[in-house]
Design a protein around this ligand. Structure first.
Ligand SMILES: Nc1ncnc2c1ncn2[C@@H]1O[C@H](COP(=O)(O)OP(=O)(O)OP(=O)(O)O)[C@@H](O)[C@H]1O
Length: 294
């Protein structure tokens, strides 16, 4: 993997308050990273510093192989659209602002609108667009100059389930070519599209890693075996296994016991087994644990 962006000691202080406090992370090329955190954690401030819209109090943002400004596309949380413009006029304007020549801007804008699924709506006024269409238009203005890094502030939070699906699928497609960093407080979405997780709380990065790594640190995985009644569950359970009603909970530590070992135990068990499931915590549950630890 090749590193695209290196963030070192990034800090932002407003008066006495450090809203982003000495954070360090790297973004690898063509990966997606979810910046997660509760309201006020510092997500927007971090993204604003990466785009160059806000000057850090300390620390640096370095794009390896190129200049940060020209290689970034940004979709703010509340993008300002000019409702009287058509989608094509708006995207063309964004192309010009991002340094594409007047000659090429229209063609690039048309190609980008096709890509985001607004080809047929390119001549319509933005005022007539749905939330999902506006968000796709927002993405089109952010990618029209083919940036290496796409920054998105809460790209799907305000959308209904259909709009959210459309935008998530679009982002997944983009991920093949672009590095993506997006903030969200909707953890199900992060679970779906994430190579790296960054948990921000009170301006500090309290946890980071792949979903798998974070899971391993915070998730106590277990098998759940359901019996007909509590008595059978108790007779089946080993000394370290907990029983709640007709369920036996078998914790998995360092991948032990394996499913094969469990199946063997089940195959020689004289009682009726109603269900066996492997349980892993949702990102939501892990997030609550991370937040408690910090
Ligand atoms: N210009 C500013 N002056 C003073 N304080 C600010 C300024 N901008 C942001 N803050 C404060 O910094 C903290 C972090 O804000 P930020 O918008 O980065 O959080 P966030 O994680 O994006 O939150 P949300 O999910 O609500 O958008 C908040 O306490 C906010 O009030």
């Amino acid at each position: 993997m090749t590193t695209l962006l290196q963030v070192t000691g990034l800090t932002k202080q407003f008066a006495e308050h450090k809203v982003v406090d000495d954070i360090h992370f790297t973004l690898e090329e063509k990966t997606s990273t979810a910046l997660i955190g509760p309201n006020g954690a510092g997500k927007t401030t971090t993204l604003s510093m990466l785009t160059g819209l806000l000057k850090p109090t300390a620390g640096s943002v370095r794009m390896l192989n190129g200049d940060v400004r020209s290689n970034i596309g940004f979709l703010p949380q509340y993008p300002q659209f000019h409702p009287w413009l058509s989608a094509l006029e708006f995207t063309e304007m964004a192309a010009r602002l991002n340094g594409i020549t007047a000659k090429k801007a229209k063609l690039e804008a048309q190609k980008t609108l096709e890509f985001v699924g607004l080809g047929n709506a390119q001549h319509k006024k933005i005022a007539t667009f749905s939330g999902g269409m506006k968000q796709r238009l927002g993405i089109s203005q952010a990618i029209v100059h083919k940036p290496k890094l796409l920054l998105l502030d809460e790209p799907v939070s305000a959308l209904d389930p259909v709009g959210r699906r459309e935008v998530l699928d679009l982002l997944k497609g983009l991920q093949q070519e672009t590095t993506i960093l997006y903030s969200t407080h909707i953890l199900n979405d992060a679970e779906e599209m994430t190579d790296q997780l960054l948990f921000l709380q009170d301006g500090k990065l309290v946890e980071q890693g792949t979903l798998r790594e974070v899971r391993q640190r915070f998730d106590e995985q277990s098998y759940v075996v359901e019996f007909n009644n509590e008595e059978e569950a108790r007779l089946f359970a080993g000394p370290t296994e907990s029983v709640k009603g007709c369920y036996v909970y078998i914790n998995i530590l360092n991948e032990e016991p394996t499913m094969k070992e469990l199946l063997h135990r089940l195959s020689i068990c004289p009682y009726t087994i109603r269900k066996v499931e492997r349980q892993t915590a949702s990102l939501e549950e892990i997030f609550m644990k991370v937040a408690k630890k910090a």
